[in-house]
Write a protein that binds this ligand. Structure first.
Ligand SMILES: O=C(O)C1=C[C@@H](OP(=O)(O)O)[C@@H](O)[C@H](O)C1
Ligand SMILES: C=C(OP(=O)(O)O)C(=O)O
Length: 415
């Protein structure tokens, strides 16, 4: 399937963003360890969360986690520390996303895990049992998901967990989000040194828990506001938490440099954010994305379309996500006339170089963020075509409906 997308001249609507899949997935796994019968409130209905809901409800012999990285990593730790025997697998891409660091760490804690195909990659066969816990060192520079997975089982380990992270720490705000969610469920877990986290063997408590909406998803609306540029446009984003623990809430600061102003309206614990255009634009943007890798595609595409040259670092993890996002960005931006370059597998830069655009349809590589980051280009070009638009269901199932709601015209056809 392919969508042809035409943008409205002005934006004026209120958008109910999806719930955060990162928080949903943490709350579900923690809640299972708490033996809780209360489902977290405002759970995301995205694919990556639904696979965890299904796995925890049915606990089948073979758990298919599809394309969900967090679900694969979190459930691997959970299954290792919970009695029962399971195989956990996923899409072809998932079978090529590394998990060796997590498996080694869990084995060190006593887990019984074997690789069913390729060493270091899913599918995994796990014979779960109570684990002792203790002190453990893990490299912090590949994926924070391994660390979050280990931390979350900390409270149910006999001796708790002392986790020392070595090297640089990638995606650090996600580790803090994990600690925050664990504490909401009664865990005693915190940083006890610059590089060490200690989790006490103190069981989780059953609790009701309200999940806030997704700041990562808000980034596409910021991008639309920046590219639309109409001074009378307004977008209200509902249900974002003031002082959110989601690292991607940094998007509000990033876009303040790219022509979008955020105004916060508080009521109860929730905040609506009103986006307005402002005229401030940086001539050149340098930024380290190691704390918020999921924003990189949005900002790269937005900067090209706005003519803002950039040098973005901290992008190493993009190569092992839903697709190699560095390659995908380079290839697809060329179709619309922008030539960006990469360096050292962790940097992307654009010095304003352009090429003749082919305007061929944008390929999405089974990556929701490719579709969502490129669609707003419809403000810059008369129309934009997106292949396999259904990929958005990984994190934002009603993305296209929301676009129609604000006046986008979306025509479906065969690829
Ligand atoms: O813990 C999480 O919820 C996530 C952590 C990040 O992954 P890495 O730690 O692998 O960068 C992020 O990219 C992913 O979308 C969600
Ligand atoms: C990287 C992502 O997800 P995951 O690693 O959980 O598949 C994402 O949502 O951008």
């Amino acid at each position: 399937m392919k969508y042809t997308i035409k943008a409205p001249s002005q934006l004026n609507a209120s958008i109910n963003l999806p719930a955060s899949k990162s928080i949903s997935n943490r709350a579900l796994v923690i809640s299972a360890m708490a033996g809780s019968h209360i489902q977290p409130d405002n759970l995301s209905d995205c694919d990556d969360t639904e696979v965890i809901v299904a796995a925890l409800q049915n606990m089948p012999e073979v758990i298919n986690i599809k394309a969900a990285g967090t679900a694969m990593r979190f459930m691997t730790a959970y299954l290792s520390a919970t009695p029962g025997e399971h195989t956990i697998t996923g899409t072809e891409r998932m079978q090529n996303r590394p998990i060796g660091i997590l498996v080694d760490a869990l084995r060190y804690l006593g887990a019984d895990i074997t690789y069913e195909k390729k060493e270091g990659y899913p599918p995994l066969h796990i014979r779960g049992k109570a684990l002792e816990g203790g002190h453990l060192e893990v490299v912090g520079n590949i994926s924070s998901q391994y660390i979050s997975a280990l931390l979350m089982i900390g409270p149910i380990l006999k001796n708790g967990l002392e986790l020392k992270l070595t090297g640089e720490i990638a995606s650090r705000p996600y580790i803090d989000l994990t600690l925050w969610t664990m504490k909401e469920y009664g865990a005693d877990a915190d940083w006890t040194d610059m590089d060490t986290i200690t989790v006490k063997p103190q069981p989780y408590k059953e609790t009701s828990y309200m999940i806030e909406n997704d700041w990562s998803a808000s980034s596409y609306w910021y991008e639309m506001m920046a590219l639309n540029g109409n001074i009378d446009s307004r977008i209200q984003l509902e249900g974002l938490m003031d002082c959110s623990k989601q690292g991607d809430s940094v998007v509000k600061y990033i876009f303040s440099l790219l022509g979008v102003k955020s105004e916060f309206e508080n009521h109860d614990h929730l905040t609506d954010v009103m986006l307005k255009a402002n005229r401030c634009l940086l001539p050149k943007f340098k930024y380290d994305f190691s704390g918020s890798p999921d924003l990189a595609q949005t900002i790269v595409v937005a900067c090209c379309a706005l003519g803002v040259k950039f040098r973005f670092t901290g992008l190493a993890s993009l190569k092992i996500k839903e697709t190699d996002r560095i390659e995908a960005l380079k290839t697809e931006l060329k179709k619309v006339g922008y030539v960006i370059h990469d360096e050292n597998d962790n940097t992307l830069y654009w010095d304003g170089e352009t090429c003749d655009p082919s305007f061929a349809p944008i390929d999405t590589y089974e990556d929701h963020r490719m579709a969502m980051a490129f669609a707003p280009l419809a403000f810059k070009f008369p129309q934009i075509e997106i292949n396999n638009p259904e990929v958005v269901s990984k994190s934002y199932p009603h993305y296209w409906e929301d676009l129609k709601k604000v006046g986008f015209e979306i025509i479906e056809s065969e690829e």
